[in-house]
Write a protein that binds this ligand. Structure first.
Ligand code: SF4
Length: 157
């Protein structure tokens, strides 16, 4: 029996169709796939340009701008980063996605460089992976416990 096409119903570049559509749309205006022009646009405009493509949300658009040679000041908010920022009290608990969390949080980081934001992403993500777990966070071993809005709550559980 031959292999069947993926039944993955998830969003994003895990599916071949959005990726193909995106590449076709970029190629229509930029046949060389050179996106360096995004380095000259205001960050908000560059994020919006990328997010016109299927499957591209704020996490992917910010990663494209910040983790590439474009070196733009955009913070990648993935699930780990969102969870830790919320527990620290830096992002509203009502935010359910990077899209909802991004603008209010970034309003406080206007002076941060691309390098600052890349380092912030790496440090917060690592804290989320190693200490501030999605299940039960290890607050006693957390270097930010004294600053954390919810660390005490978790410790009492
Ligand atoms: S104190 Fe606890 S809840 Fe707060 S960031 Fe650290 S591990 Fe997460």
């Amino acid at each position: 029996m031959g292999a069947k096409p993926s039944q993955d119903k998830g969003k994003g570049f895990g599916r071949p169709q959005p990726l193909r559509q995106t590449l076709q749309r970029i190629a229509a205006k930029h046949p060389d796939f050179d996106l360096h022009f995004l380095g000259n646009e205001p960050v908000a405009k560059a994020l919006a340009w990328l997010e016109r493509f299927p499957g591209v949300g704020r996490k992917v658009s910010a990663a494209t701008l910040n983790f590439s040679t474009l070196q733009r000041p955009a913070l990648v908010i993935d699930a780990h980063v969102l969870r830790v920022l919320q527990r620290l009290g830096l992002v509203s608990l009502k935010a359910t996605s990077a899209e909802e969390a991004y603008d209010p949080f970034m309003a406080n980081l206007a002076a941060w460089t691309a390098s600052d934001l890349s380092e912030l992403h790496c440090l917060i993500k690592r804290l989320g992976q190693e200490t501030c777990h999605a299940g039960r966070p290890d607050c006693r071993g957390c270097p930010l416990e004294a600053q954390c809005k919810t660390g005490g709550l978790h410790r009492r559980l």
